[in-house]
Design a protein. Structure first.
Length: 156
C-alpha cells in the first residue's frame, strides 16, 4: 500500500470526522472521488494495520496511531494551502494542490514552511506589509503607487 494513499485516506477520515462527526464508506468515496468498493478494501487494510476501527454500516473512527498520522498530514496540508493563498492562489485550487504536494516535501521543507506560516500569522501588521503589497503587485503587475521609487519610474 503506497504511503500516499494511506495518508490520503487517513486525512479524509480525519476531516470527515471533524466535519460530519462520522466517516462512512460512501462519504469517504465521494470525498476522494473513488468507488465505494475501493474504500471498503482500504478500510480493511487500515484496520488490520491498526489505524482505524471499522464497524460495518457505522463507518470508521481513528485509533490513536491513525489520528497521529492524520493530524500531521492535515497540518502540513493546511500550511501548504495557506502558503499558496499568500501567493494569491484561489482557496479551492490551493486546497487541491496542497493534497498533491503534502506527501512529497522533505522534512526540512515542511519544518521551514511550518515556521514561515507561524511567523506570518504572528507577525505584527506593519511588519507584514510587504505581503499586502504582493496582493497589489499580483493584481496589477507593479508596486503600489506609494512604493514605486524614482528609479523604477525612470525605467518605465
Ligand atoms: Zn491534503
Amino acid at each position: 500500500m503506497a504511503t500516499q494513499s494511506l495518508e490520503d485516506y487517513l486525512e479524509a477520515i480525519y476531516n470527515s470526522l471533524n466535519r460530519r462527526g462520522h466517516a462512512k464508506t460512501n462519504e469517504i468515496a465521494s470525498d476522494l472521488g473513488v468507488k465505494a468498493p475501493s474504500v471498503t478494501e482500504m478500510f480493511d487494510k487500515l484496520r488490520k494495520e491498526g489505524f482505524i476501527n471499522y464497524k460495518k454500516y457505522e463507518g470508521v473512527t481513528l485509533t490513536e496511531r491513525g489520528r497521529e498520522v492524520a493530524k500531521d498530514v492535515s497540518e502540513v496540508h493546511e500550511n501548504i494551502k495557506k502558503f499558496l493563498e499568500l501567493l494569491q492562489v484561489s482557496p479551492k485550487q490551493a486546497d487541491k494542490d496542497a493534497c498533491k504536494v503534502e506527501h512529497s516535501l522533505s522534512e526540512e521543507s515542511i519544518d521551514q514552511l511550518n515556521k514561515f506560516i507561524d511567523f506570518v500569522e504572528r507577525c505584527p501588521e506593519e511588519e507584514a506589509r510587504w505581503l499586502k503589497h504582493f496582493d497589489y503587485f499580483s493584481a496589477h503587475g507593479e508596486l503600489p503607487p506609494a512604493h514605486r521609487d524614482k528609479r523604477d519610474e525612470g525605467e518605465e
